[in-house]
Design a protein around this ligand. Structure first.
Ligand SMILES: Nc1ncnc2c1ncn2[C@@H]1O[C@H](COP(=O)(O)OP(=O)(O)OP(=O)(O)O)[C@@H](O)[C@H]1O
Ligand SMILES: [Mg+2]
Length: 230
């Protein structure tokens, strides 16, 4: 079964299969993401959520099926091209922010801009703007070790959005935070992503967080079991 792809779908997975040995982490997933939409992926542990995210983002290549961005296949590109694509078109937020410990909040946030060729002064000024938007004014010069988990995760969000990616991929971005901080962080992510019109694909175990998304898909045993439209 193939989901019909609409004109406005711009990141599309078709018939995605990913095998590890005998087992299929993805068993034939069709999923289309529209610009600016917020899609939550839920499902039990081991059901294939992270694998799906990594295949859509060009981190992993599927064993079968296709990934298309703006109508062009990205799954067939070599490592260097997929890496460049990830740097330019996508932003990533992981469960633990994966910030560079030696760099300040502003320097961490500026990284994707510097990698995209923005000059240092400009990148640092934009980074400070992002930190302000995420409620981190005054923390620009702190190192990750000098911030709370929620604050560090906001820096990771600022960094993911700084180059205005088409899609933000977030894997359990609030998984290491308490419920209240997690909800506030999710809210910060969603409202910041609206300012760049980035689509957000978010993996979460938390049904309450998922309810904030425009659309939720549930994965079981490597297949989309259910689609919930809010
Ligand atoms: N590198 C790997 N080598 C072998 N098996 C893997 C690998 N990565 C994932 N798997 C297997 O693929 C399946 C799906 O894993 P995945 O990480 O996508 O699950 P998940 O839904 O993200 O789970 P969780 O909620 O625990 O993060 C699991 O059975 C897992 O053991
Ligand atoms: Mg996972």
């Amino acid at each position: 079964m193939t989901t019909p792809v609409g004109d406005t779908d711009f990141l599309v997975g078709r018939g995605l299969v990913k095998r590890y040995g005998e087992a299929a982490a993805l068993a034939g997933v069709d999923l289309a993401i529209r610009p600016g939409e917020v899609l939550a992926i839920v499902g039990p542990s081991g059901s294939g959520k992270t694998t799906l995210l990594h295949v859509l983002a060009g981190i992993l290549r599927p064993d079968d099926g296709q990934v298309l961005l703006g109508g062009h296949r990205i799954d067939q590109l070599g490592e260097a091209k997929r890496s460049a694509l990830r740097r330019h078109e996508f932003g990533f937020v992981f469960q633990q922010g994966m910030l560079v410990a030696e760099l300040t909040a502003a320097e961490n946030t500026a990284l994707p801009l510097l990698l995209a060729g923005t000059r240092k002064a400009q990148a640092m000024s934009e980074a400070r703007g992002w930190l302000e938007r995420l409620g981190l004014s005054g923390m620009e010069d702190r190192h990750p070790g000098e911030m709370s988990g929620g604050q560090a995760q906001r820096v990771a969000i600022a960094r993911a959005l700084a180059h205005r990616p088409k899609v933000i991929f977030a894997d359990e971005p609030t998984g290491a935070l308490d419920t209240k901080t997690g909800a506030a962080t999710m809210q910060a992510l969603l409202s910041a992503a609206r300012t760049t019109n980035s689509a957000v694909v978010i993996v979460t175990h938390d049904r309450e967080l998922a309810a904030k998304a425009g659309r939720t898909v549930e994965i079981r045993d490597g297949l989309i079991a259910k689609e919930v439209l809010v």
